[in-house]
Design a protein around this ligand. Sequence first.
Ligand code: ATP
Ligand code: MG
Length: 409
Amino acid sequence: MGNCGTREESTAVVAHSQAQQQHMFPLHGKNTPSDRKCNRSISDLSDPSTPRIIEDSRNISLYTNLIAFTLFELETITKSFRSDYVLGEGGFGTVYKGYIDENVRVGLKSLPVAVKVLNKDGHQGHREWLTEVNFLGQLRHPNLVKLIGYCCEDDHRLLVYEFMFRGSLENHLFRKTAAPLSWATRMMIALGAAKGLAFLHNAERPVIYRDFKTSNILLDSDYTAKLSDFGLAKVGPQGDETHVSTRVMGTYGYAAPEYVMTGHLTARSDVYSFGVVLLELLTGRKAVDKTRPSKEQSLVDWVRPKLSDKRKLLQIIDPRLESQYSIRAAQKACSLAYYCLSQNPKARPLMSDVVETLEPLQGSGPSERFPPPSAAHRRLPGSNAGCRPTPGVKYPPGAAAAVPPRRVR
Ligand SMILES: Nc1ncnc2c1ncn2[C@@H]1O[C@H](COP(=O)(O)OP(=O)(O)OP(=O)(O)O)[C@@H](O)[C@H]1O
Ligand SMILES: [Mg+2]
């Protein structure tokens, strides 16, 4: 972390990405001045703006809302990290289910938890662990997963989160055995995740999440969406800065093209990733799917021309949704995705605008029934009608002109 990929390295990543599935892609290089600036030291703690960044794990105890667990306590609640307690596995390590209560430590509230254990042989390490503790130790919002505590003993690094009953959005959308999510649930998840990102972007010191994807959106028992995994999060540009220069990190298929090419990170990079996830919700297809015909492997490349054509637009909607949505709601959601995916970052909406656009789509049932594709063709003439600016969204001046509906590649 904290290294800046050169333009050549970034280009190499793009080329390499064509041969890869969705994985985090770190590049190697040296720390940039901006990177160092963003990792604020303990001496900055007098600054009242958030989030404060602590570089030394001994000072984490300053986050009084976090519990410092011992390794023994976490071994106890996961039955020594037994395989039947495994919830999943990611780049950081394995995630186990556990339960904390008075038996673990006097005074602990009874709570199911998820315990994430750093894989010492993996690509992530103390830095990602500390970034997660730094951000989630301070940021609290109904659409961010709650960090309950941590463990830092010898070279062991663990994180303890609130247990998210329904696991990841990725599993619900793409696991063959999972029942398809309804239109209403998908719109609710999109709104919840958008609110989480908007909260980060609107913080006193804005935070760029940098790894927005379906596997990092966790679902509570009532399908409330919460963002997890802040290991790649960055404090956004400050003062006169227009961007943060950083080593390119993220996940193929989700990272904004200008960020991959230049390493220049802005909140608009998250908006692009949001557009990709919205497309996944709308189509039921993965951002990158190597099992599909070559033209359809990149969801954005396959869908973008269709988003600018009202007649084709309805063909991309997940067929499993059948007639659960209105044409108008589908058009609005597709139009929103189109603008989030603008090549020009300035043409993308703010996350607060995205929230405003999604709000009226809640409960957007089939009052206006989805006609079969042939009928849709007859009733909706006009090739460019699909991506008019969505009412309610405050697009930057010239946004529509900057990305005309036909100039989509
Ligand atoms: N708080 C939680 N509650 C319930 N399940 C969780 C929780 N956190 C993680 N999981 C489960 O563990 C799995 C792995 O999560 P993790 O964040 O480590 O990896 P990932 O998101 O799949 O990949 P990446 O390393 O790219 O982020 C998730 O998909 C989810 O099923
Ligand atoms: Mg994750």
